[in-house]
Design a protein around this ligand. Structure first.
Ligand SMILES: Nc1nc2c(ncn2[C@@H]2O[C@H](COP(=O)(O)OP(=O)(O)OP(=O)(O)O)[C@@H](O)[C@H]2O)c(=O)[nH]1
Ligand SMILES: [Zn+2]
Length: 348
């Protein structure tokens, strides 16, 4: 039996929009595909995929050729309604990926994330270099970064922390909050409207689980265990990671996976230029086109540092991040690393 999902159903299309469906995905549909159900990948396991549909969670049927590693939490897929057979994945708006030690292809972490909440806390030594790493990743993925500084309730004035973070990238939004207080939802509401997808990254203990619980407003028994409880639990850190796509109370979705918590910098190109725009903009004024801004004569970047208009510490962090990115990114042969060097002539 085949259940046809028709366009005429306003309710169905509203439910799809709430799940994150937009014109970007609609435009990819071929005429013969309008009868297929549209679902969003909710969990990725070695041999199993589950999806969120307009009528709840669904376990997908996979063809013998399907490889679950090709799918990321947040992906939109087309599914045969009766058999639940996965037909195809739609192009992604954004994709977060990471390279594992020695891995040749990056591992998919999350797809179609609109906003990346980069979480740190006011009572930590705010690690600007670490925040910059996450900013570069967010830029590269195509997601909008927002810095979220938790534990604002622990300091008299969160202003100085906010200012230091805001300086890291042009136009960067910074929010300070108490991750355990219900009004944290209000502070982040702009990015959590219906259909919006967010993800949380940040070091251990900064309050990601606390924030996730506050956002998802879950019953205490199904809440992610936060640090203090986990320590007593002794079962270790990865006890509660089965679901990855969580509904936010009031609208939107938050993606949380073990992988997203250990992202590191590799394969970044435009992300770094966006982050260090003030350096990238000066580079064309250097005498040498491939200037490293370290020792070359006629270097506009070093001139700006000397003139006091560019922060020397920032240039040093830029250099370190660039080097780290290079060492984590394998040199690829051919344009875009494609192995298909022999071009077959197209017929017709
Ligand atoms: N006062 C206060 N405490 C917080 C806040 N955010 C988190 N905490 C506490 O800080 C500790 C660590 O918070 P978690 O939410 O477990 O941190 P996490 O980022 O999820 O840590 P990992 O799971 O290890 O990555 C817990 O004891 C929280 O209750 C906050 O905004 N204010
Ligand atoms: Zn230079």
């Amino acid at each position: 039996m085949q259940v046809i999902v028709t366009h005429s159903s306003d309710q169905a299309s509203m439910a799809l929009t709430a799940l994150g469906w937009s014109a970007f995905f609609d435009d990819q549909l071929e005429p013969e595909e309008t009868g297929l159900a549209r679902m969003r990948i909710a969990t990725v396991h070695r041999a199993r995929l589950t999806a969120e549909s307009t009528s709840g969670p669904v376990r997908l049927t996979l063809s013998a050729l399907a490889n679950t590693a090709d799918y990321a939490v947040g992906d939109w897929v087309l599914v045969e309604s009766g058999t639940r057979m996965l037909v195809r994945r739609l192009d992604r708006k954004t994709v977060l990926q990471r390279r594992t030690e020695g891995g040749r292809v990056p591992q998919l972490i999350a797809a179609n994330v609109d906003t990346l909440f980069i979480v740190s806390s006011c009572n930590d030594d705010l690690n600007l270099a670490r925040l910059e790493r996450y900013l570069a990743l967010a830029n590269e993925a195509g997601t909008t970064p927002v810095i979220v500084l938790t534990k604002a309730d622990q300091v008299a004035d969160a202003g100085p922390w906010r200012d230091r973070a805001a300086d890291l990238q042009r136009g960067l939004e910074v929010v300070t909050l108490n991750a355990r207080a219900p009004d944290a939802v209000k502070a982040l509401a702009r990015w959590c409207a219906a259909g919006q997808t967010v993800a949380l990254v940040g070091s251990s203990g900064v309050g990601k689980s606390s924030l996730l619980n506050t956002l998802a407003a879950k019953a205490p028994e199904e809440a992610q265990l936060t640090g203090s409880i986990r320590e007593a639990d002794a079962k270790g850190r990865h006890t509660t990671t089965s679901r990855s796509l969580h509904a936010i109370s009031g609208g939107g979705w938050v993606i949380d996976t073990p992988g997203i918590r250990t992202l590191h910098v590799s394969d970044i190109s435009t992300g770094l230029d966006q982050l260090f725009a003030e350096i990238a903009e000066l580079a064309p004024e250097c005498r040498f086109r491939n200037c490293t801004h370290a020792h070359e004569p006629g270097c506009a970047v070093r001139a700006a540092v000397a003139a006091g208009t560019l922060d020397q510490v920032r240039v040093e962090r830029w250099r370190k991040l660039l080097a780290e990115n290079r060492s984590n990114t394998p040199v690829q042969s051919g344009p875009r690393g494609n192995k298909t060097t022999k071009t077959r002539s197209k017929r017709g």
